[in-house]
Design a protein around this ligand. Structure first.
Ligand SMILES: C/C(=C\Cc1cc(O)c2ccccc2c1O)CCC[C@H](C)CCC[C@H](C)CCCC(C)C
Ligand code: SAM
Length: 237
């Protein structure tokens, strides 16, 4: 059965997979997602003492890394519309030592509950592809950033190389979906392939970021182009 996305269906998909989400990411990426998230934090330009935002924070993996980068005296807010993912995030940050200052907020990436120019750096991990309106999402990221500051957006990407594209599709069909099937999550993980087909490629992402108002935007391919980080900077004036 084909999964036709709507905001409600995406929200319930991420609620359903919340208990397995972190274990699956570790297993299906052989731990590599941790390195990709660390690169995203670095490229966001977050520094000690900064006030930062992680949009579509899910179970909090990227927000926890961001919190490490702003220590000491920094502050991180994680926002997501899945209450089940946020419950995992709250539990994880409660167990952290030393403790991390993170506020977990239930909210919509397309209508962020924050003032204009509120954050020194913003990150997003595997969120943009799931938004119903990517341009609106980018405009919201631009709005909440302080002038001169950057957002770093990590997501999967269809590689330009035919060989890498075939490998990526083979991996999704042969490893990812059958693994999810064992846990009754076939439909949820089968959604990744079609969502990637619809997702703008690197040059289109850069164009959308410029149209959303960012003065500079670069897309950095990682994992042979199967992943990428879009780094976009808001002009100073
Ligand atoms: C952390 C990762 C993905 C998060 C993620 C994003 C989504 O949009 C989903 C949608 C629906 C269900 C789940 C997710 C979801 O977990 C990235 C790693 C996990 C991927 C499932 C694995 C993808 C692997 C690459 C195609 C190939 C990587 C090869 C590897 C280096 C061995
Ligand atoms: C693939 S998960 C990524 C979670 C986390 N950033 C990570 O890297 O592990 C995507 C997250 O985006 C959230 N999401 C999707 N659309 C959203 C929206 N419009 N507003 C807020 N959160 C959204 C989902 O609830 C989900 O937790």
């Amino acid at each position: 059965m084909t999964f036709s996305p709507s905001a409600d269906r995406i929200q319930s998909l991420f609620n359903r997979i919340a208990p397995m989400y972190d274990r699956f990411n570790d297993r299906l990426s052989a731990g590599a997602h941790r390195v990709w998230k660390q690169m995203t934090v670095k490229w966001s330009g977050a520094e000690p003492g900064d006030t930062c935002l992680d949009v579509c924070c899910g179970s909090g993996d990227l927000a926890l890394r961001l919190a490490e980068a702003v220590t000491p005296n920094g502050r991180v807010v994680g926002v997501d519309f899945s209450s089940a993912q946020l419950a995992v995030a709250r539990q994880r940050s409660g167990c952290c030592y030393p403790p991390r200052t993170i506020d977990w907020v239930e909210g919509d990436a397309l209508n962020l509950p924050f003032d204009d120019c509120a954050f020194d750096a913003v990150t997003m991990g595997y969120g943009l592809r799931n938004l119903m309106d990517i341009s609106q999402g980018l405009q919201e990221l631009h709005r909440v950033l302080k002038p001169g500051k950057s957002v770093a957006i990590l997501d999967m990407h269809r590689p330009p190389s035919a060989v890498m594209r075939s490998f990526q599709q083979w991996y999704l069909d042969t490893i990812v979906v059958p693994t999810a099937e064992e846990f009754g999550l076939t439909e949820e993980y089968a959604y990744i392939g079609p969502s990637l087909d619809r997702f703008p490629v690197s040059s289109e992402q850069v164009h959308l970021a410029r149209v959303a108002g960012f003065g500079r935007a670069t897309h950095y391919p990682i994992a042979g182009g199967m992943m990428g980080v879009l780094v976009a900077t808001k002009d100073r004036s």
